[in-house]
Design a binder for this molecule. Structure first.
Ligand code: FCB
Length: 417
């Protein structure tokens, strides 16, 4: 039971998070091209890849359909954003994270779409009208086809295009937007796109991966400087995905392995960019419990994606990152794939307690943005995972707040009193 006389400051940001490609619909970028080329293969592989998930019986019909892997209209947020922003108000939220789609704004190299810029200008205005603090991401896994065709972030010389995009966005859309996220989850992008090869460009090459990592750090640095040149009002960070990694027993090997894993997934990259961040965006979904040199998580509670559900470890993740980097933290994503809405309320309440405890221990926490506001296209898994505070009927596009969301909205109202 959460005590509502909590220590959350008045200006604490309570909100939800999205990304353009996962909700907008109608995008043409390196991901949409890849989806069309890979949908059939993903549908055929589902049986082997995900049939061990708890919910397999419920999802198998969808997961075997190529259609599931094509974002298509997604949840039509591009046209329905006002309706979605009204949901934020219903939930008593005061913040919202979204990404601007580079492929819409610069569909050809050096050609800017006035229409797309105007769309996002209206979009931000509608947020401000509702007293919602915008948190704007520039690169959330999707790239214009022209940029990925020239090698994307694999090439050092391409970084200047991202810098130019950042400057353009800061110029056109920046006024009134305080929080800017340059890059979403560099470590996840690297792992999925260049090590596992499960996202475009689907490479498995450690050398290229290392080069992309270096270039992403450089891209953040240049973009952050370009944004600050436009206005010193902006606060800039990346959104870093942290996996809280801990030893499952007190053996020497487990503790060394956990530290090395934590270093590789968090600190190797963060150390390169932290001095170019005004705050630290943190995404938290799961932990890793290490025995010897292997991860073996408790399995009592798992999300529909089979992810370890340890919401309380958010406290330790926050404390670790704050102690190490000494930057105010904004939780830019946190949530659970839970189609039957069985765990979400528990997940959120545990996360609130974790945040409170971390704050009591001195962590400077700016806010909490839940992933996601509405159900979304979940990358290579497609449409079946359900992360939304609002359920979306993909046929009618109707939005309906899940019971856990209604509960969360009432909690936020109390915490903001
Ligand atoms: C994060 C991504 C986000 C979403 C959630 C579930 O890694 O940033 O786009 O897919 O996971």
């Amino acid at each position: 039971m959460i005590r509502t006389n909590a220590s959350f400051p008045k200006k604490f940001l309570w909100g939800a998070s999205t990304a353009a490609h996962q909700v907008e619909g109608g995008n043409h970028n390196q991901w949409s091209v890849w989806e069309l080329e890979n949908a059939r293969a993903l549908a055929m592989k589902a049986e082997y890849h995900i049939s061990d998930l708890n919910k397999w019986d419920h999802i198998k019909d969808i997961a075997r359909q190529p259609d599931n892997y094509v974002s298509g209209k997604a949840v039509d947020h591009y046209n329905r954003y006002k309706e979605d922003f009204d949901l934020l108000k219903k939930l008593h939220m005061n913040a919202f994270r979204f990404s601007v789609e580079w492929s819409r704004i610069e569909p050809e190299e050096g050609v800017w779409s006035a229409e797309a810029i105007e769309h996002y200008r209206q979009y931000i205005m509608e947020l401000k009208k509702r007293d919602i603090e915008p948190v704007m991401t520039l690169f959330h896994f999707t790239l214009p086809v022209w940029f990925s065709d020239m090698g994307g972030f694999e090439k050092r010389r391409n970084v200047k295009y991202f810098e130019r995009f950042a400057e353009k966005v800061a110029h056109e859309l920046g006024p009134g937007v305080r929080y800017i996220v340059t890059i979403n989850e560099p470590n996840v992008y690297l792992e999925q796109s260049y090590l596992e090869g499960s996202w475009p460009p689907a490479k498995q090459n450690k050398i290229v991966a290392w080069r992309v990592l270096e270039n992403l750090a450089y891209a953040h640095k240049l973009a952050a400087a370009a944004i600050r040149d436009v206005s010193s009002d902006h606060l800039v960070s990346i959104a870093h995905s942290t996996t809280y990694t801990y030893a499952g027993d007190d053996s020497w090997l487990s503790s060394i392995s956990a530290s090395i894993m934590q270093y590789l997934s968090d600190d190797y990259f963060l150390k390169k960019i932290i001095k170019h961040c005004d705050y630290l965006g943190v995404n938290y979904y799961f932990s890793a419990r290490v025995y010897g040199y292997r991860v073996h998580n408790p399995d009592e509670k798992q999300s529909d994606l089979g992810w370890d559900a340890s919401p309380m470890n958010l406290q330790f993740a926050l404390e670790r990152l704050y102690d190490k980097y000494d930057k105010p933290i904004l939780i830019t994503e946190n949530g659970i794939a839970d189609m039957d809405d069985e765990l979400r309320k528990w997940w959120i309440s545990q996360s609130i307690v974790a945040m409170k405890l971390a704050m009591q221990r001195g962590v400077d926490l700016i806010g909490y943005l839940h992933w996601s506001l509405v159900d979304n296209f979940e990358w290579a898994y497609g449409k079946w995972p359900r992360f939304g505070l609002a359920a979306v009927n993909y046929k009618t596009m109707e939005r309906r707040l899940r019971p856990s969301a209604k509960w969360f909205g009432a909690v936020i109202a109390k915490l903001r009193q």
